[in-house]
Design a protein around this ligand. Structure first.
Ligand code: G3P
Ligand code: CA
Length: 241
């Protein structure tokens, strides 16, 4: 079965990377959620996509220059004004505590490909351990050195290598990290790439798939999973097949 991850929660219909967005994704039937992590000025893993707060909140500046207390004051619903005032930037720990009793997966993307955050791997893995989420978490990143670091800290937590461009025999590359899965840009994942990679034991989970026909094709191709801003659409399509 193709596993459906709500991308930044249910980002097509809710303010991305907020608790209401994560709750919506699960309520809509997603098998898991995806979120993005940076470190605040005081070293707290926080859930937000960009390096700055400008696009998604009513604040300005780099996440790394704001304390967690300052981030909590921001309205994270800037992209969905009807939600204004209803959600702030969550900490990873807040999400971990919420997801613990739920039987769903959690893809944590370490957003450390543009900014080097000292010890982000240790801090994130410590939260995963505190809430005993090891068997349900996938750590992903475009920074593959960071995934290698994760492997050395906690080899049993699954790793997924995010890849922008089409990569020849990406499954072979994934094994050098080692990563159990590759997460390619959706246009780089065709049927033969998926079949070949998965035949070699490396799961393929493309991002970000928001097109109905593409969802159908991926499911029919036996793709391990994908990330979508519209989990409701993906769940409906999966039921119809
Ligand atoms: O994890 C898949 C996807 O989220 C990677 O791209 O930019 O949406 O974080 P981005
Ligand atoms: Ca992401």
């Amino acid at each position: 079965m193709t596993i459906i991850f709500g991308h930044r929660g249910a980002a097509g219909t809710h303010p991305e990377n907020t608790m209401p967005s994560f709750q919506a994704a699960i309520d809509l039937g997603a098998d898991g959620i995806e979120l993005d992590v940076h470190l605040s000025k005081d070293g707290i893993p926080v859930v937000i996509h960009d390096e700055t707060v400008d696009r998604t909140t009513n604040g300005t500046g780099y996440v790394k220059d704001l304390t967690y207390a300052e981030l909590q004051q921001l309205d994270a619903c800037f992209l969905f004004p009807e939600w204004s005032g209803k959600a702030s930037v969550p900490s990873l720990e807040q999400v971990a505590e919420w997801i613990r009793p739920l039987n769903v997966k959690l893809n944590i993307e370490l957003k450390n490909d543009r900014i080097h955050y000292g010890q982000i791997e240790e801090k994130v893995i410590s939260i995963i351990g505190k809430y005993t989420l090891e068997s349900r978490v996938i750590l992903s990143s475009f920074n593959h050195d960071s995934l290698v670091a994760c492997y050395h800290i906690s080899p049993h937590i699954e790793r997924g290598a995010l890849i922008h461009e089409r990569l020849y025999q990406s499954w072979e590359y994934a094994k050098t990290i080692p990563a159990a899965s590759v997460h390619p840009y959706y246009l780089s994942a065709d049927q033969s790439m998926i079949a070949e990679s998965q035949a070699h034991g490396v799961m393929v989970r493309p991002y970000t798939v928001n097109d109905e026909q593409m969802m159908k094709d991926l499911m029919k191709a036996g793709c391990a999973g994908f990330f979508t801003d519209y989990p409701e659409m993906a769940v409906r399509i999966r039921k119809s097949l």
